[in-house]
Design a protein around this ligand. Structure first.
Ligand SMILES: Cc1cc2nc3c(=O)[nH]c(=O)nc-3n(C[C@H](O)[C@H](O)[C@H](O)COP(=O)(O)OP(=O)(O)OC[C@H]3O[C@@H](n4cnc5c(N)ncnc54)[C@H](O)[C@@H]3O)c2cc1C
Length: 154
């Protein structure tokens, strides 16, 4: 018996990236034979299923970097895919807070970087923070309305 298998493509690792790449290739080239090799007994049991499940807005990446570009694009795609497929998501936003006035310049730097990455952050001063439950003791914050998360899959 001939046990040789001819494969066009081998993807090593079945985390989110390996599976996405294999899926994309299979859609684009339906006649290709593809194998995904995984060292664990099943797929997706390492970093991809152990992360914080935050949908990042793309605030911190260096301007003009591919990470900045694809974080923003990926975020929009995740929200879109969730909506189209009735997958629960929580566009809850995120506060980046400061404890004292010396940290104000850090907020400005973050806001500037986010601006170049086309991510809108709103600055809230101490006065505005004082009206927000549980956050009234902070000296200021940036509000990222685009950040979200996915509820855990049980
Ligand atoms: C603590 C933490 C929190 C994070 N939080 C977030 C978050 O909130 N939001 C977000 O967007 N991103 C987050 N990330 C980043 C995100 O989880 C990763 O970028 C993503 O999961 C990477 O996917 P991957 O497929 O490259 O890697 P993995 O999921 O690690 O998959 C790699 C696979 O390759 C397999 N493998 C490795 N070597 C071999 C080999 N030689 N032969 C066969 N198989 C092999 C592994 O077993 C594994 O299954 C977080 C990362 C960490 C570490």
């Amino acid at each position: 018996m001939n046990s040789e298998v001819y494969l066009d493509t081998v993807v090593i690792g079945s985390g989110i990236l390996g599976l996405s790449i294999a899926y994309y290739i299979s859609k684009k080239f339906p006649n290709m034979t593809i194998a995904v090799l995984e060292k664990n007994p099943t797929f997706g049991v390492e970093t991809s299923s152990r992360n914080s499940e935050v949908i990042h807005a793309g605030i911190y990446y260096k301007k003009n970097s591919l990470k900045a570009k694809y974080c923003k694009l990926g975020k929009e795609m995740i929200y879109d895919i969730c909506k189209k497929n009735s997958i629960q998501f929580n566009k809850c936003g995120k506060f980046i807070v400061i404890n004292n006035d010396e940290q104000y310049s850090n907020l400005i730097q973050i806001k500037e970087n986010a601006f170049y990455n086309d991510v809108d952050l709103k600055y809230l001063d101490k006065n505005e923070m004082s009206n927000i439950e549980n956050l009234s003791h902070f000296n200021g914050a940036l509000w990222s309305s685009e950040t979200g998360d996915l509820p855990p899959i049980l």
